[in-house]
Design a protein around this ligand. Structure first.
Ligand code: GLU
Length: 309
């Protein structure tokens, strides 16, 4: 089977050093296997999406030399997610839930490490159907759809980079939300449906999403799809060990561009953090012969505040 990979940014902020390191690994992984690469804008988290961020991300990636073969936008694919919801409800796998909005809203975006919430199953056998749950709430808001995780469900996978990973889904996650209302897919459902329909054979992403993978595997199985391989790579963090964010100073691609840093210098620096070269300026194409997952350290890469390149 030929390789299909993907780059899947969310337009919730500007692309930074950390995003690009992961995308660089994903690009090299696909291109070194003569694979196809899909670009997918994950813009379903409307309240957190920033105007202009989607266009800026494309522009930044092109400036760095990234290319891809197909391009999609999640907000244009809602009919496919609704179809998946219909299939899951027809199988009795989902149930309506009226519990707090907080975790449902959180489920709109990818649950990065530490952001996963446990749901104790309060509404599991509470309503006979959606209309009953909606009638209970009145017109103020809609219920959400939750995935009924069978008791004692443990999901294991062998990650291409991170190795074996096992999660007791029933006790760490519980019945996770898949849609914020009758049709509005959350991250877990959208990413699963898209990766399946787009024929993605391997998901390369930050390892703060490793713990989000078992729920996706349950959805693959429930929808009758074969899960892809997963390759979760360590993140770039600040000197405090936390995922790169605003508090670590300005590591946005756009800022380096504005400061006149050439893309080759940027890539050379990131390549060195993966064990490919000494940090000299380079291009994605020049990295192809030296690319290997084996040299990437199995720990996060820390960058100093306001790293100057
Ligand atoms: N769009 C997600 C994010 O940027 C990543 C989703 C994924 O790779 O599965 O957080």
């Amino acid at each position: 089977m030929s390789y299909v990979g993907r780059l899947a940014p969310s337009p919730t902020g500007a692309l930074h050093l950390g995003n690009v390191r992961t995308f660089m690994i994903a690009w090299l992984r696909a291109r070194s296997r003569n694979g196809k690469l899909i670009f997918r804008m994950e813009d379903l988290d409307h309240p957190r999406d920033k105007p202009g961020a989607a266009g800026q991300a494309v522009d930044d990636l092109r400036w760095l030399g990234f290319d891809w073969d197909e391009e999609y936008v999640q907000s244009e694919r809602t009919a496919r997610y609704r179809d998946a919801l219909d299939r899951l409800t027809a199988k009795g796998i989902l149930y309506p839930c009226i519990c707090s909005r907080k975790d449902v809203e959180a489920a709109q975006s990818a649950p990065h490490a530490g952001e996963q919430l446990f749901y104790p199953g309060t509404c599991r056998d509470r309503f006979a159907n959606w209309d009953e749950a909606q009638a209970f709430l009145g017109t103020a808001r809609a219920p959400c759809w939750r995935f009924r995780v069978p008791d004692h469900t443990t999901v294991g996978l062998t990650d291409v980079f991170a190795g074996p990973f096992v999660q007791d889904v029933s006790n760490t996650l519980g019945d996770f939300p898949v849609a914020r209302d009758a049709g509005g897919a959350g991250y877990t459902l959208a990413v699963t449906v898209d990766d399946a329909l787009m024929g993605v054979t391997e998901v390369v992403r930050g390892d703060d999403l490793l713990a989000a993978t078992p729920a996706q595997i349950l959805l693959y199985r429930a929808l009758g799809y074969e899960p892809p391989a997963f390759c979760h790579v360590p993140l770039v963090v600040g000197t405090d060990g936390r995922r790169l964010a605003k508090r670590h100073g300005d590591t946005r691609i756009a800022s380096y561009r504005a400061a006149g840093v050439p893309p080759e210098k940027f890539l050379g620096h990131l390549a060195a953090t993966c064990g490919w070269g000494d940090g000299s300026p380079t291009t994605l194409a020049d990295l192809l012969p030296v690319f290997s997952l084996e040299t990437i350290p199995h720990r996060p890469v820390a960058v100093p505040r306001n790293l100057v390149l």
